[in-house]
Design a protein around this ligand. Structure first.
Ligand code: SF4
Ligand code: SF4
Length: 284
């Protein structure tokens, strides 16, 4: 069972919710937490788990064969991502921009662009009793999160039973990486703050989830700041408001120290418990 935790923008408490929910739930049954925020994974800070596996991850990129190329230019025309250009008598590929779609390679009339492995990042798998934790990180300079997210989800599918509770800490935003991270989820939790910015980003995230046809609900973080626009919006649009995490300095301080919050702050624990119970009742 895949539960994705997403938000319209970064810094809204996504990692805090993911890590605390996974840790609390794993006291009752096995849970796997997967950090898919591959540009900046930081869930690992909150666990002291044992590293049991480490894999370098590759994507396929076209490699130009100068000796057979006729310089027809079709490859650069077909690439939607500007990852391949023709410069005088040379074809240049920009691996960081390549989406590994194979189009140029397949179209090339002289087979001068075979696809080869190109390192993009690393996956790590940690284990701590009933909690498994997987994180992937893009190498510095790599810009394409989608292929690494896809491979991380493949790893999850290959190594864990599909009935197991899987919590996916998704990348922020509403673009391709978050779509890749949430598209196979059984349920998506959108976490937001009750501020005008939070509200704006939430509406975009809701639109994305509706387009994907996902079942989703909202958690408000730092409840007490801002205004009630997010709550009214959820009510008007019949979006389940699953929990409200109070705005408390203690929570921010524990988080900043890399500590799990739920064992120390009652109101926070209550909110995480509500999320868990909602999911148990509606999704499992
Ligand atoms: S499509 Fe093939 S032959 Fe044409 S320019 Fe590109 S690499 Fe060369
Ligand atoms: S594989 Fe696709 S994205 Fe990569 S260079 Fe070729 S056409 Fe562009």
């Amino acid at each position: 069972v895949k539960i994705a935790i997403a938000s319209g923008k970064g810094g809204t408490g996504k990692t805090s919710l993911s890590t605390n929910l996974a840790a609390m739930w794993s006291k009752e049954e096995p849970v796997v937490l997967c950090d898919l925020d591959v540009e900046e994974p930081n869930s690992a800070l909150f666990f002291h788990a044992e590293l049991i596996r480490q894999e370098v991850k590759f994507k396929k990129i076209p490699v130009w064969k100068e000796d057979t190329c006729s310089l027809c230019g079709q490859c650069k025309d077909v690439c939607n991502f500007n990852a391949i250009i023709k410069l005088g008598k040379k074809i240049m590929v920009f691996p960081e921009l390549c989406h590994s779609c194979h189009a140029c390679s397949e179209l090339c009339p002289t087979s001068s662009l075979p696809m080869k492995d190109y390192r993009m990042g690393e996956l790590k798998h940690f284990h701590d009793g009933p909690l498994n934790f997987i994180e992937s990180k893009l190498d510095i300079g790599q810009e394409q999160a989608v292929p690494l997210i896809r491979q991380t989800l493949n790893y999850l599918d290959q190594h864990f039973d599909k009935d197991l509770i899987s919590i996916l800490d998704s990348p922020p935003g509403t673009s391709c990486p978050v779509i890749e991270a949430t598209k196979d989820a059984d349920f998506v939790i959108l976490i937001t703050e009750p501020t005008p910015f939070g509200f704006h980003d939430l509406k975009l995230a809701v639109e994305t989830m509706e387009e994907l046809g996902k079942q989703f609900g909202v958690v408000i973080n730092r409840h007490g700041i801002g205004n009630s626009a997010v709550e009214e919006y959820c009510l008007e649009n019949e979006i389940p408001l699953i929990a409200k995490i109070p705005n408390k300095r203690e929570i921010a301080e524990l988080y900043a120290k890399g500590k799990l919050v739920y064992p120390h702050v009652n109101e926070f624990r209550e909110a995480i418990l509500q999320v868990k119970m909602y999911l148990q009742e509606h999704i499992l």
